[in-house]
Design a protein. Sequence first.
Length: 254
Amino acid sequence: MADELIIEHTGAIAHLTLNRPEKRNALNDGLVAALDGFFSAVPAGTRAIVISGAGGHFSSGLDLSQHVSRQPLEVMAHSRNWHRVMAQIANSPIPVVAAMTGAVMGGGLEFGAACHVRVAEETVRFQMPEGLRGIFVGGGGSVRISRLIGPDRLTEMMLTGRVYSGTEGERLGLAHHLVPEGQALAKAMELAERIASNSPTINGFIIQAIAQIGSMPPEAGLYAESLAAALSQTGPDAEEGLRAFLEKRPPVFR
């Protein structure tokens, strides 16, 4: 059987390909375990991560064939494991760029929402069909997707099974970048190259500090911002960034 997660490295960029094209890259337990393994021990020197799907689709969601007859506590344990793995991605200090194509549905959209930068092709199908299948989301969508588009719109998506195109999804906040069909991966790699040239320390601050500040009371958030600024502006990366600006050259961050 072919690897369900293909991992390739190009310089400082790791490219992860979800490789279950016959299932439109539905996320089964093996694929989630492979993602867990990668994000638990990201290879040294990696400065950006790109995730795409084989066969024209990002991910059609949870592989429901594994969930027909599970008991409540089994479903609870499965959901909590998804939460843990998706949190590894969302909290990764190494930025994650999703190249979204074709089906981005259910658990696939929950997965995409955990990524830091999302590129969508115009022909993408964003959908949360769980309500049509008699189930509730379990991969973090009620929190992460709600933060992107609001609880009201997520409620309507789940009640009606509404499909949004890539164009509509970019307008709503499900994607940051919109490209024509066939160009998502190239754009994601271009963005990853740009991100990889940043200070790795500052990339980590941006991802983790902003996420924490967003859940704090305003004054606590402002204090945390000052701490992050103090830590970032007094290190070698800040010195290199300022020197490069004054010398009119690109910075070289270690």
